[in-house]
Design a protein around this ligand. Structure first.
Ligand SMILES: NC(=O)c1ccc[n+]([C@@H]2O[C@H](COP(=O)([O-])OP(=O)(O)OC[C@H]3O[C@@H](n4cnc5c(N)ncnc54)[C@H](O)[C@@H]3O)[C@@H](O)[C@H]2O)c1
Ligand SMILES: O=P(O)(O)OC[C@H](O)CO
Length: 331
């Protein structure tokens, strides 16, 4: 392991932050790595330190001995690379608190999957604006926290504008159970992660409404067409959209209720309560549709999800409208 990555910080101690802290510890075992896992709730972090487990978010998984839970921002700032694992809409606030304590040149790896509402900023842009001295990167791809935490085989993309940095980070954080492919297509990696969450809500609605396996397959295929159009318009490379962080994550997240976005949509489709688990797609849908309209990109499935979430459309009305769209060539 490069000496530069002996101390890894993780900002955000929910399910994904905790799983990634364990994964980073596992990857750096040979080099004596230390991982600082920061959460904003001091009492919860003290309990995590005592139990050596994140019982609310990742029950049954022991924290790796190299992971130190803390609520001390200075401790997570004094690291060699930082994984940013708070919800997308909270990234700017979290970074604003961290920025005065962090050194210039700190690699900050966004692990959140969303687009900021209001500003229409992708997470790498939020990092650039809130922490101008940081070197932004993105980690994205098909990966449930519980799978990664359990050490099940997982492969994701790590992208940075500076491909050398992407390679270094992939080497430092990858292990025999977490395979990291490097890329310089930051925009492509972040578009896949944000967009698939909205499409997963749609897939959940199809399931909750019991529309059948044929409808589910059509939704994934037409959703992917939408993801490609949006990606093309916003500068993603085709190989990223068809890779782990695009198609790969779309397949995972539309596959069943282990995805919180899918489960959220399934509850909506069944007319049930949606629960309080984070469904990032519910926050991204409207900004994604705004951004698509701004570039004249057709995103009917995402627009239907947004219409339902905003109360402008009933679920049955949205399905009817999708089926009644004018006949067109596939593509
Ligand atoms: N859970 C997964 O399997 C998974 C996998 C890949 C990516 N992600 C992405 O990771 C991100 C985080 O997801 P998660 O599963 O860890 O969610 P989570 O709800 O389990 O945890 C989010 C954590 O962020 C904290 N937080 C919220 N607002 C904050 C703020 N303003 N400042 C500091 N901390 C704040 C919360 O207290 C919580 O501890 C999301 O964008 C999600 O899409 C999750
Ligand atoms: O549970 P979800 O829907 O937030 O999805 C988690 C990950 O993004 C899957 O790659």
């Amino acid at each position: 392991m490069a000496a530069a990555y002996r101390r890894i910080g993780v900002m955000g101690a929910g399910a994904w932050g905790t799983a990634l802290a364990n994964a980073a510890a596992r990857a750096g075992r040979q080099g004596g790595r230390e991982v600082v896992l920061w959460g904003r709730d001091a009492a919860a972090m003290a309990e995590m330190a005592q139990l050596r487990e994140n019982r609310p978010d990742l029950p049954g998984i022991a924290l790796d001995p190299a992971v130190t839970p803390t609520a001390d921002l200075a401790a997570v700032a004094a690291t060699d690379a930082l994984l940013l694992v708070v919800p997308a809409q909270a990234c700017r606030t979290a970074l604003a608190r961290l920025a005065p304590l962090a050194r210039d040149g700190l690699p900050v790896i966004s692990c959140a999957k969303g687009i900021e509402r209001g500003t229409r900023a992708f997470m790498s842009e939020v990092i650039g604006e809130a922490m101008p001295g940081a070197r932004p990167a993105v980690l994205s791809g098909p990966s449930f926290a519980t799978d990664v935490a359990a050490g099940l085989p997982t492969a994701v993309t790590l992208a940075a504008h500076d491909e050398q940095l992407a390679m270094e980070l992939a080497a430092a954080l990858g292990s025999s159970t977490l395979r990291l492919y490097h890329s310089a297509d930051v925009r492509g990696a972040e578009i896949g992660g944000a967009t698939k969450n909205v499409l997963a809500i749609a897939a959940g609605i199809v399931s909750g409404r019991r529309l059948g396996a044929s409808a589910a397959a059509a939704l994934v295929a037409r959703g992917f067409a939408e993801l490609m159009r949006f990606g093309r318009a916003y500068g993603a490379k085709a190989e990223t959209i068809t890779g782990l962080s695009g198609l790969g994550d779309l397949i995972l997240t539309t596959s069943g209720p282990q995805s919180r976005n899918f489960a959220f949509g399934q509850a909506l489709g069944a007319g049930a309560a949606t629960g309080d688990k984070l469904a990032e797609g519910a926050f991204t849908a409207s900004v994604l549709v705004e951004m698509a309209r701004a570039k004249d990109v057709d995103v009917p499935v995402s627009a239907a999800v947004d219409g339902v979430l905003q109360g402008r459309l009933s679920i049955d009305g949205a399905i009817e409208a999708l089926m009644a769209r004018p006949q067109r060539a596939e593509g």
